[in-house]
Design a protein around this ligand. Structure first.
Ligand code: IVH
Length: 689
């Protein structure tokens, strides 16, 4: 009996150790594939195979809980919800940085560093990006990820271990044979811009509130009491510092620290540098500002640190910030202000745009007093009310926009915006087509001075007739004094009428007349663009000019001929036909030409007459008579292009027998499907291949 018992137990022990070995191997394999996928961006196995390995490990761990380890990848998918976050004392305080905005601040910083180090030589600095996320401390005990905490007040933070565990680029075990007993890695948790866009698209689809920016999204995701939600949010981590370290010697410099992190498996942001002296810091700052928009994540500045840790130690800290480092921040691009009022503006096509009048606020280097609210739906979606405190963003040259309303600060008497039913300029009804988000004034340019004005500003603008000096203010006066109604009236302006206007001397009046005269020599494309036909931008105007060559041909072109122009689709063709079928527009064109506007004859496209010019076609299935090469050759000979996959840019899909997913896609996108016979008919006269 006894013997038997021992025998069985031995067998069992052998089985268990076999299983333990198998689980360990499985875990190592999953970790290897996950690292290749998430960190190196080069998947090593198909997703389905990865999923299979993962669920095998999950099942085994469920059956044998004792085989579960703290670094097992199955913990990355999140666990049960916490009632609240527990507090964590930081072993070494998490301090903040002093900020500099001007070059002078950085020059002064460098001066202080040199004084502190008693040197006149250029100092060696390490430069990192200032990530716009949240500071986190990762604690590794004996090389295994053990705890993560937020910065909190710098001394005590919150335990977000389970949430941080879901970040795939953070190793759960350090890649080193003799790990330190304790290592506190400091860095930033952030969300990449693309992950942010995806998250907001999902929020929108689910009818949930969208996040204002990637930082808020990262913060919201990290503060989830249910780590299963965090696991769905694609967060990332970049290290930039160190807290406690026991059992291993500290590297000698900031750069050496980052190199060490990379070596032990913690991915480091590669946009960094080590430079000598303050001029190089300022050069890096300039260069990164140009690169900023194309980075996959958001940054709000750069951080300069004295590179050598020994020098850092010499310099030490003042109150809660290091003397050896400074953040060189970009000018703020988002700022808080209040909505004083919401008014509507009428554009040249009658589009009614609600605009927030704001208490002046300095953002992105300029003072902003207005921000576009785009349309009524947008105001409702963002729930923006008059009286609200809002966050305003200005990016580069674009029009400032309201990002979000701060609901905590909403006054009790905040007013909801109501779209007017009548145009504030001409009183005509405001109408909204069902399939459009934009409401429009129905007055047209005859009734509505705002549309007239907008049309004239466009007509005179640089890319259109380029009438030097004929700007918005001048046109404003001309329109409101009823001196000018149509563009043709501009060329009838006389010296007296102009000289009478506000802020217009004799000299300026003469200059304007000269500019009007000069503008008469133009190009056909500019002339078409200047007419301000809806949906006809500069590029389309150029194509139309090249295709039709003269006014008569363009005015008389039917929809089919218009559709033959590259970039002209049904919407543009219809808009052109509408414009040219209005006798008032024809009269305007005649008057403009009678006033002397002219252009050199247009060199028409040699290939513009081909039936498929500008069209992109996709072939699918087997055609009755032509093989793929013959069909492609036919299309190309007729001016078209052949593409491999169906997208919104596809003009036609030519489908034969056994057509597959491309045909479905075409139907989904409402793209015209042609048979071989229809294709041949389109190309008739040009069909021999
Ligand atoms: S170093 C002792 N480096 O900025 C100084 N901080 O204002 C430790 N931050 O709370 C900070 N990118 O959240 C450092 N490359 C970087 C950083 C960075 C972002 C944040 C961090 C910190 C705050 C300090």
């Amino acid at each position: 009996m006894q013997e038997d018992f021992f025998d069985a137990s031995d067998k069992e022990a052998a089985l268990v150790s076999n299983l333990a070995a198998h689980v360990a191997q499985l875990r190592a394999e999953i970790n290897r594939h996950a690292h290749a996928y998430y960190v190196l961006d080069t998947p090593t196995i198909p997703d389905a195979e990865y999923d299979r390995l993962f669920s095998e490990l999950q099942t085994l761990e469920l059956q044998h809980p004792d085989l579960k380890t703290p670094d097992t990848p199955t913990l990355r998918v999140g666990g049960t919800a916490l009632p609240e976050f527990t507090q964590v004392q930081h072993a070494v305080a998490m301090l903040s940085l002093n900020n500099g905005f001007e070059e002078a601040d950085i020059i002064a910083f460098d001066r202080r560093v040199k004084d502190g180090l008693a040197t006149q030589q250029p100092v060696e600095y390490a430069i990192d990006l200032k990530f716009d996320g949240l500071a986190i401390n990762l604690r590794y005990i004996d090389g295994v990820f053990a705890q993560a905490a937020t910065r909190g007040d710098g001394f005590t933070g919150e335990d977000v271990t389970e949430n941080i565990r879901t970040i795939r680029t953070i190793p759960l075990r350090l890649n080193m044979a003799k790990p330190p007993a304790i290592l506190d890695v400091r860095g930033e948790v952030l969300m990449f811009k693309s992950d942010f866009d995806n998250l907001n698209a999902r929020q929108r689809a689910a009818g949930a509130k969208e996040f204002a920016n990637p930082r808020n999204a990262a913060a919201g995701s990290l503060r989830q009491l249910n780590s299963k939600i965090t696991a769905l949010r694609s967060l990332r981590f970049f290290p930039y510092g160190i807290g406690a370290l026991e059992g291993v010697a500290l590297p000698e410099s900031h750069r050496a620290l980052l190199d060490w992190y990379r070596a032990i498996g913690i991915p480091v942001c590669e946009e960094n540098a080590v430079v000598q002296g303050v001029e190089a810091l300022l050069e890096f700052y300039q260069a990164i500002q140009i690169k900023r928009a194309s980075l996959p994540y958001e940054i709000d500045g750069v951080v300069y640190k004295v590179n050598a840790f020994s020098a850092q130690q010499t310099l030490g800290f003042v109150s809660r910030a290091p003397r050896f480092a400074i953040a060189h921040k970009f000018p703020a691009q988002e700022a808080l202000t209040t909505v004083l009022d919401i008014e509507v503006q009428v554009g040249r096509t009658g589009a009614i745009t609600p605009v927030a009048r704001l208490a002046p606020v300095f953002v992105g280097g300029v003072t902003v007093t207005n921000a576009t609210l785009h349309n009524e739906e947008e105001i409702q979606r963002k729930d923006i009310r008059i009286g609200d405190t809002v966050s305003v963003r200005r990016a580069g040259d674009v029009i400032p926009e309201v990002v979000v309303s701060i609901l905590d600060k909403r006054p009790l008497d905040a007013l909801t915006f109501v779209m007017p039913t009548q145009c504030p300029v001409c009183g005509s009804a405001i109408v909204k087509l069902e399939d459009e988000a934009i409401a429009r004034c129905s007055g047209g340019w005859i009734k509505c001075a705002a549309q007239r004005k907008g049309g004239l500003v466009h007509f005179a603008s640089r890319k259109a007739m380029n009438i030097d000096g004929m700007g918005e203010q001048l046109i404003d006066q001309l329109v409101y004094r009823h001196v000018v109604t149509t563009a043709a009236d501009l060329y009838k302006l006389g010296f007296v009428a102009l000289a009478e206007l506000d802020r217009m001397g004799e000299k300026s009046a003469k200059n304007i007349l000269a500019a009007l005269e000069t503008s008469k020599t133009t190009t056909f494309a500019r002339f078409i663009y200047a007419l301000g036909i809806r949906h006809v931008g500069e590029a389309t105007a150029k194509d139309l000019a090249a295709r039709f060559g003269n006014v008569d041909a363009l005015v008389n072109a039917d929809e089919e001929q218009l559709l033959a122009v590259s970039d002209v689709g049904p919407v543009v063709a219809r808009s052109l036909r509408n414009f040219f079928s209005d006798p008032l527009n024809i009269e305007l064109i005649q008057q403009l030409i009678a006033s002397g506007i002219h252009w050199p004859e247009v060199q028409q496209y040699a290939d513009a007459v081909l039936p498929l010019t500008g069209k992109t076609l996709v072939l699918t299935g087997s055609l009755p008579t032509l093989n793929r090469d013959q069909a492609s050759e036919l299309i190309e000979k007729n001016g078209g292009k052949v593409a491999g996959s169906v997208s919104k840019k596809t003009s036609y899909v030519v489908a034969g027998d056994d057509a597959g997913s491309k045909l479905l896609k075409a139907q989904e996108l409402n793209i015209t499907v042609l048979s071989e016979a229809e294709l041949l008919k389109m190309c008739s006269g040009n069909a021999e291949t």
